[in-house]
Design a protein around this ligand. Sequence first.
Ligand SMILES: NC(=O)c1cnc(N)c2cc(Br)sc12
Length: 318
Amino acid sequence: MNNSDYENYIKLKDQLNIYRRQYYTEDAPTVQDFEYDRLYQELLKVESAHPEWVTNDSPSQNVGGAINSAFPKFRHEIPMLSMDDVFSLEESQASAERIKKFVNQTDVEFNLELKIDGLALSLIYENGRLVKGSTRGDGFVGEDITPNIFQIDDVPKTIPLKERIEVRGECYLGKDSFAELNNKRLEDGKSTFANPRNAAAGSLRQLDSSITKSRHLQTFIYFVIEPENYGLKTQSEALKQLQEWGFATNNQNRVVNDFKEVQNYIDEYQEKRLDLPYNIDGIVFKVNDFKLQSLLGNTVKVPRWEFAYKFPPIEAHT
Ligand SMILES: NC(=O)c1cnc(N)c2cc(Br)sc12
């Protein structure tokens, strides 16, 4: 083993952990997402060549980040995992092929969805009433932010379902609300947020709910936990049902069967993303059939039945 390779790996791992703390816990990253992604992919490459170097504190073994202890802790009954990322059409095709091989089926239907650049949240309803809202945290223990969730207008406080249910999605700040917020902060002589995702995170993870209320946060809900308990068979069906229950859902999803359709969808939204009223940073591929999703299951950190294609960074025009 070349000692300096190992030392470089430790430096890379420590640097990534600093970036994660800034992004997930402090809501104030000092590095752009694409640079973080590049370094993270480099770490994965080194770890696949040297699995014996991998320790529990590696970013590859953890989801999300440490929580703000000022909030009550909330242990997720089912971990809130993250997702594998791919960075090219070819990689996304290879991932889709690996999934088909795993389930030994050539015609697997995928539901493509927009990857919202916000922060993950979980909502729990009992007897049709919202009882709990939480952040992802480290995937196992998140922050109980229930009072703040009640301040988000598009989160239904009651739903027409008596059974207990957990749904998950993304909390985000629209581009216009972000611009208004930063202009107001500039007028008030305050620091501005680097991007809408940090502004959303800083607004949702607020100890003062009235500040959360003033920030016009929005949500897209896209997961039903244990969907088959509610008679749902596919992800596309679950999105329709979520909308009928009263959740804010993103209806720009598309069920695809072949790669040409995937290419069309990616091209279409790579084009449209600048005009959408919210930030997206990629496309989520989900195996549409829940029975196949169960067959595929999860690895320690990510589901095998979904992955994200990340758009290349938007060129900053100086
Ligand atoms: N549509 C989706 O499933 C989706 C959208 N936006 C996101 N940031 C994420 C993250 C995970 Br993990 S899934 C997902």
